[in-house]
Ligand binder design. Structure first.
Ligand SMILES: Nc1ncnc2c1ncn2[C@@H]1O[C@H](COP(=O)(O)OP(=O)(O)OP(=O)(O)O)[C@@H](O)[C@H]1O
Ligand SMILES: [Mg+2]
Length: 150
């Protein structure tokens, strides 16, 4: 059976910029990682801060590309974000230049139902309530906007 998720010899390196006192270096966040996750399996990544958990999730989400190796989902190479995957970010991931409603609807722009219609139906009735609504909805808003398909 094809694995749902396959990592084949995945390495991810970052360039750490030079500072006044140090020169630029390469940092290996993930080094030749291979694993398979089968349909129905539940995988938890545990590791200290800086061990590469987010780096790996970004690769799976298609938000970044491996330096070498392959990331496969349903047997297909991940080449970018897709509607078959979603990410809930560690911190709220809102676009500060957009309104709460525009943040929620961004995931729906370009296809499917109109997000603004959803806000009109379920959002605050008065503009003065927008900030209370924003606060109470911030984490849900962040969750709605954190799909890489957005
Ligand atoms: N864009 C980047 N440029 C340079 N280095 C990076 C970049 N992103 C991550 N790193 C480095 O890669 C390593 C792995 O970082 P990562 O964020 O994946 O760790 P993490 O396990 O998610 O940590 P935490 O538990 O704190 O969220 C760290 O040393 C980090 O500083
Ligand atoms: Mg992290």
């Amino acid at each position: 059976m094809t694995a749902k998720i396959s990592l084949r010899n995945v390495t991810k390196e970052f360039t750490v910029r030079a500072t006044k006192t140090t020169s630029a270096t390469r940092l290996t966040a993930i080094d030749s990682l291979s694993l398979d996750v089968r349909d129905g399996e539940f995988l938890t990544l545990v590791g200290p801060s800086g061990s590469g958990k987010t780096t790996l999730l970004d690769l799976l989400a298609g938000l970044s590309t491996p330096t070498s190796g392959e990331v496969l989902v349903n047997g297909k190479a991940v080449t970018g974000p897709g509607k078959d995957r979603a990410v809930v970010f560690q911190q709220y991931a809102l676009f500060p230049w957009r309104t709460a409603s525009a943040n929620v609807s961004i995931g729906l722009e370009g296809g499917g139902p109109d997000g603004k219609k959803l806000i009109a139906a379920h959002g605050p009735r008065k503009p003065a309530n927008i900030w209370r609504w924003w606060g109470s909805r911030a984490s849900r808003t962040a969750t709605h906007t954190s799909s890489p398909a957005a």
